[in-house]
Every structure is written in structure tokens, then in C-alpha cells.
Design a protein. Structure first.
Length: 68
């Protein structure tokens, strides 16, 4: 799993009927983009350090270049 700041982390619900959770990745702690990630959860606004498990995936977003 690899990510950049601004990508979205999605974790599947663990029980039937439980919704997925998603968070904006604010910070990546390793230069190669591997976990852990500092995220802000969309449902609560809480920021946390997350070590994603096999039930998680990253939605990658196109990162805008600032020198355009």
C-alpha cells in the first residue's frame, strides 16, 4: 500500500450493515509512501495515526503541480 498526502484511505466495515470509513491522508511517514499515515476521518473530523490492515485501500487523486 502506497499513498501521498491528499489521497483518501478507505476501510471496509467489519460487520454486515456497517458502513465503510474514509479519511483524508494528511501526512505520510515514510518517503516510499508506505504506512503509517496521519489521517482526518470524514465522519468525525478526528485526526489519527493509522496503520491500515488488509481491509483498507487507498484512492489516489491527481496531484496538481504548483509550477503551472
Amino acid at each position: 500500500m502506497f499513498a501521498k498526502a491528499g489521497d483518501r484511505l478507505v476501510i471496509h466495515g467489519h460487520h454486515v450493515g456497517e458502513p465503510d470509513r474514509d479519511a483524508e491522508i494528511l501526512e505520510v511517514r515514510h518517503a516510499d509512501g508506505s504506512p503509517p499515515y496521519v489521517v482526518r476521518w470524514s465522519d468525525s473530523g478526528h485526526e489519527a495515526l493509522v496503520f491500515p490492515g488488509p481491509d483498507a485501500y487507498v484512492e489516489h487523486f491527481e496531484h496538481q503541480r504548483s509550477d503551472a
